[in-house]
Ligand binder design. Sequence first.
Ligand SMILES: Cc1cc2nc3c(=O)[nH]c(=O)nc-3n(C[C@H](O)[C@H](O)[C@H](O)COP(=O)(O)O)c2cc1C
Length: 498
Amino acid sequence: MASVKGAEVAKHNTKDSCWIVLDSKVYDVTSFLSRHPGGAAILLKQGGTDATNEFKKYHPLTYVNDLPPNSLLGPIDPHTFGQLRQPKPEKPTPAAEANAEKEVPHVSLCIATTDFETAAKAVLPHKSYVYASTSANYGLSHKGNLEDWNRITFRPRVMRDVGKVDMRRSILGYSSKYPFYISPMGTMGALHPGAEPEMVRGGVRKGCHLVISTASTKQNEAIMESYVAEQHRLNDASPSKLFFQFYMPADRNRAIDLLHRVKRAGYKALWITVDTPVLGKRTADRVLQAEEALAVGVEEEPTAAWEAGHENPLVPSIGGRVVGGFLSPHTTWEDLAWIKKEWKGPIVLKGIQCAEDAKLALEYGCAGILLSNHGGRQLHSAPSALMTLLEIRTYCPEIIGKLEIYVDGGLRDGTDVLKALCLGATAVGVGRPFLYALAAYGSKGVERCVDILADELQIGMGLLGITSLDQVRPEMVNASRLLNRMWRPEVSGPKSRL
Ligand SMILES: Cc1cc2nc3c(=O)[nH]c(=O)nc-3n(C[C@H](O)[C@H](O)[C@H](O)COP(=O)(O)O)c2cc1C
């Protein structure tokens, strides 16, 4: 293939013809503009430039293989990089300008997990903060997640000798120093240049398990390498393990290939996200996309219209970023059979939101379920994990103990973790606090976030009157305020399959 001169590339920076350089190769991305779920503006801004560094912030470079095959125009003439267009420096938004004045507090001044959000806001570009904090529609699901933990109180016992407290738990057979793990979150490169490996280093140093996202900035093999290197540095002393969160690619062969790669890399279990057959409406992300589009002179059409003619209008996007062909809307319970065959290991379903599906997961032989509404980023007015846990206790308590039950969403304090365990959760996932901690302080922040949760949990256990997590019981909490709001089949209509 003949090389392309930088001066030629530089000319193609419009809606009608948009070329970019990635890893020293020139691509014509014009036909892809209308399909970029993050909006055409992201690509247009990079038109005629070397977009490699910007691209790597969000995706593995291998994603370029998802572009139509004829979009590769050839290598760039290496002597002509200087002729490329230079991207315009971003005009800081008023929010970013206000943040630039702020200083990041010393990490030891982070006393509660919520302090990391304030710190992250001070360091992050507005766009990255929006990506982490956004939730679906006008935010009800996320708000419910946060509020429901506050609606439960403890029923502590006193005078019980709590001099020594042990908070170990086992997660899918892997001993864990804590009954919590770091939730899978995509595109960490948007939050910290070290991306997922930096998060992993913090988790491993503290002996905390992590679930790694399919939509990670780095490839799963590279993330595993960072895990192995950190373990090696610690003489393999950390009990921390990596699990893999699986978004079902639309293409079956691609799905199988990914499963095999993940297995070979050494991930210990598969967490299949089932609450995302299509991407939720991430309102703040959409506002930003519209602003970016207007800034480059494009009026964005609503997302569904861009994709008209595609089988499912909202499929290929996560967090507003391209994930080429991920998120199949067609997945059903029957798919578990071939996934199990290919994976040959424990499977957890992430995103169970009612008692019926919890029962089904057991029937289909899953090792665990994660009660979750995706941090309030998917369905508007979804139940909090806590409400789903109470629903399971009410309508199918027999499944508790037969499979592992995880919960996530809105847990911000070690005592929230304790409440979940009292009600039968095996362990809990914590998301945004770790992401904000990473953004503001890198792996040191991640370590600090583990310490804060562990400290609160340990104090909470002592004050509740228990010394080990084997002693947690439902009668140690008062959930009556939530139980009053419990779904009742006789009110909702005909009896369901429960
Ligand atoms: C920025 C961000 C990215 C996320 N990316 C993914 C993802 O790639 N896959 C997934 O299954 N869940 C993803 N989640 C959901 C989390 O795994 C988890 O369910 C949620 O964050 C828990 O709620 P919390 O943030 O309130 O703790 C993401 C959440 C956030 C905040």
